[in-house]
Design a protein around this ligand. Structure first.
Ligand code: MN
Length: 373
């Protein structure tokens, strides 16, 4: 029996993780659920899975369970004796738990790419212990096992391209349109990132830190069918890849069951039904964030952190209806232009850069009546 902690339990990754737990009551036991706040959904999860602990950012009470909260609660959470911690938190909110769990050498399966990126410069020597949940990185993690690291020629991340990859005119896109992902069921932030191709830019940086592969060996390709999730090319010319239906339960389950494989309830691939697999070069003119992200990755130092924070702030404004879809890259670029910090050497430096980037954003975009002034 494996004990499991689920951070971000009410989110997209969290609820799909609980689907797997529900399937294997004899193999998995939830010991902790964590969410930003106490909600009806969280209370229902507590009633169903009966964890010993709940963590929420703000203090609260739920009958029959010990509720940890605040900074102190987070410290305690990260020291709990639990077999595997699943981090399904969206965005930079997941940085502190990621940091504490890695510092305490806990077994961590994570989909929280923003935390991996922001902590990359200061914690990457711990990253070989991470079990990746992000589907592309899970595919790379699986494919890499076919060879030796020194024999890798290239790793390729596939992108569905989101809803607009072949659309000429990106003006006038509504929030509703951007949230309609053609293939994947995901949270709001990552779905918008997917539509701007920023998601792939962030994933290139994530792959660089997770697998310790130089940027010139990482490539992104548009693959609208979302069947091939990631590929590893070796020096002999062989490419090894992982294919499956686009269903997050597969990478989540693999991170939990590794090195075993369990049934997930996901649909099996029917090759005749798919018929064809297509690959296209991403258009970096129309989707500048992909190029900007690669440049930030290559520059290293504080750039990936500023990029991550700037994007999260810009996407949030878009979701609130304060800016147009096409203004997301514009805002990210303006914040990057103003950013200048020393190379982060520890966790405190990372937090400093994050807070300063938020200040740059505030100074640039004083919001007035929901519109940027
Ligand atoms: Mn992904």
């Amino acid at each position: 029996m494996k004990t499991v902690a689920i951070l971000g339990s009410t989110g997209s990754i969290g609820t799909q993780t609980l689907d797997i737990v529900r399937k294997y009551p004899d193999r998995l036991k939830v010991k902790l659920l964590a969410a930003s706040k106490i909600s009806e959904k969280l209370i229902r999860q507590v009633e169903e899975f009966r964890p010993q602990f709940v963590y929420t950012a703000e203090k609260g009470y739920i009958e029959g369970v010990e509720v940890l909260s605040g900074e102190e609660g987070l410290e305690r959470l990260s020291e709990l004796d639990i077999d595997i911690f699943i981090n399904g938190i969206s965005g930079i909110a997941g940085i502190k738990p990621t940091y504490l769990l890695l510092k305490n050498r806990k077994r961590l399966a994570t989909a929280n790419k923003e935390a991996i990126i922001c902590l990359g410069e200061v914690l990457k020597d711990r990253y070989s212990e991470i079990l990746p949940i992000d589907s592309e990185h899970s595919a790379i993690f699986q494919s890499i096992q076919a060879g030796r690291k020194k024999d890798i020629k290239r790793i390729i991340l596939t992108a569905s391209g989101g809803p607009f990859w072949d659309r000429k005119d990106l003006s006038g896109i509504t929030v509703e349109e951007a949230l309609k992902h053609p293939r994947w069921k995901m949270g709001r932030k990552v779905t918008v990132d997917s539509a701007t191709l920023m998601n792939k830019g962030l994933e290139i940086i994530e792959a660089h830190y997770l697998f310790d592969i130089p940027y010139e060996k990482i490539q992104a390709v548009i693959h609208p069918q979302s069947i091939v999730h990631g590929l590893v090319e070796f020096v002999d010319g062989s490419i090894i890849s992982q294919l499956s239906c686009p269903d997050m339960r597969i990478p989540i389950s693999y991170a939990i069951s590794y090195p075993e494989r369990w049934e997930t309830g996901a649909k099996f691939l029917e090759l005749f039904e798919i018929g064809k697999l297509e690959f296209f070069k991403p258009d970096e003119e129309r989707f500048p964030l992909l190029k900007i992200a690669k440049e930030c990755g290559e520059k290293g130092s504080f750039y990936p952190i500023v990029l991550t924070v700037a994007d999260e702030l810009a996407v949030d404004m878009f979701l609130k209806g304060a800016i147009h879809f096409t203004e997301i890259p514009f805002i990210v670029e303006r914040i990057l232009e103003k950013a200048d910090f020393k190379k982060p050497e520890n966790y405190e430096d990372v937090i400093f850069i994050i807070e300063e980037t938020k200040k740059i954003f505030k100074n640039l975009y004083k919001t007035a009546g929901g519109k940027i002034a």
